[in-house]
Design a protein around this ligand. Structure first.
Ligand SMILES: [Zn+2]
Length: 161
């Protein structure tokens, strides 16, 4: 008897049409509804994806144009306006200080030279970051880079003396 019950196909009722279907059925053979939860979710997701472009198209090309122009111009506006003087000014100041210090003959001991090199490296880095990331204070950043580069040359000159 136990064997018999095992052989009998296990069925359940379709939640959509109440007909008996196989328990493992992913789709109902009577109403063709998707029973499997995962499969159903996948089909619904596919359905949504297919409808989204249609909705966008129906919204009109004007909306699409506004949207694309806003997203295209936003990064440019951010770069030119959201700049900070905290990059070019320190770069310029460091450039001036190190250039003056290195042109002065007293700055010849190793400790001072190492300290100055750190300053020059920082000044150069700040100037380069400033130029690559923003338009604000570009002149100062260029002057800073030039001064720091000059300082670097002086630094190398002092070192090899
Ligand atoms: Zn059904």
């Amino acid at each position: 008897m136990a064997e018999d019950s095992e052989k009998v196909p296990r069925t359940k009722k379709c939640p959509y049409c109440a007909e008996d279907i196989m328990e493992d059925a992913k789709k109902c053979k009577h109403c063709h509804e998707t029973i499997d939860v995962v499969l159903k979710a996948a089909e619904e997701a596919k359905d949504v994806n297919q409808h989204v472009p249609t909705v966008y198209l129906n919204a009109g090309s004007v909306v699409g144009e506004i949207k694309s122009s806003v997203t295209a111009s936003q990064p440019l506006a951010e770069i030119s306006e959201a700049g900070t003087y905290w990059l070019p000014i320190p770069s310029l100041v460091i450039g001036i200080i190190t250039a003056l210090a290195l042109l002065d003959d007293s700055a010849t001991d190793t400790d001072t030279l190492i300290g100055l090199f750190t300053f020059v490296a920082a000044g150069l880095t700040l100037g380069i970051i400033s130029i690559s990331r923003q338009n604000k204070g570009k002149g100062m950043a260029i002057a800073g880079i030039v001064l720091n580069a000059v300082s670097l040359v002086c630094w190398v000159g002092t070192l090899t003396k």
